[in-house]
Ligand binder design. Sequence first.
Ligand code: G
Ligand code: G
Ligand code: MN
Ligand code: NA
Length: 253
Amino acid sequence: FTLEGDLRRAIGDDALRVVYQPIVDLHRRAVVKAEALVRWPHLARGAIPPPEFISLAEETGMIVPLSRSVIERVCADIAVMEPYLPADFRFCINLSGVNFMDTQLIPTVSAVLAAAGVPPGRIEFELTETVLMRDLDYATVILGQLREMGVRVAVDDFGTGYSSLAYLRRLAVDTLKIDRSFVNELDDGQGIAIVEAVIGLAHSLGLEVVAEGVETPSQLCALSARGCHLIQGYLFARPMPAESLLEVLGREV
Ligand code: G
Ligand code: G
Ligand code: MN
Ligand code: NA
């Protein structure tokens, strides 16, 4: 048995799981979004780290059915949670560069959402800065089509690539996610300049800004003092199953 074969079967058997990490709005003192993160409980090897099987899936092309399966799972979970969701609550789903280049991405997303009866406004796709900046003309077209459908787009791992203000302005994105490496460096003062720059950029373009990987109260204070009030990280919550997400939704944070 190869890992590749096992993954192919896991996708086919719908054996991948999705957990959700809450994103908290400090102003509203509530969970306002959740990031969907795929998990693979492997029978013989235990849990395989996502970066490991995601890279394998990207190299083999299996990322296309894998992402479809994740989107379907998230849509099924949303359909169950819908009666309890605040009107503007969103689910964030990671997409790879391979997904972004897939000519079937738009029709697939459209069909999966429609089949599950999920309003496109519930979904925000996360694409890394590097993937979006690789071919600006192409990105402009695809982001336009996603926006037309009504789904949102976040730039993941922001700050690790080389976007300029001019590039970002051309792209129809809604959210910047500050990479957790910069949040990590806030404690020793190193990350401050970059974090301030990203927050300033987001505000000047009218975009939401989310800080990832927030683990300590001092990181939280540094972010909130600089105008970043959307927080994701172990300080508030780890990724959790859908049933647990439902429990934290109504809770004040
Ligand atoms: O918690 P975490 O270990 O889940 O995630 C590790 C990496 O795997 C992150 O870079 C994350 O973006 C990526 N990842 C998690 N879930 C998915 C998914 O459904 N699709 C893709 N393409 N990447 C994912
Ligand atoms: O690349 P992406 O931003 O999608 O990755 C999200 C990853 O970050 C997931 O692996 C998730 O489990 C992880 N993560 C979320 N919050 C924290 C945190 O507070 N600390 C650390 N170390 N990782 C986190
Ligand atoms: Mn992400
Ligand atoms: Na990230």
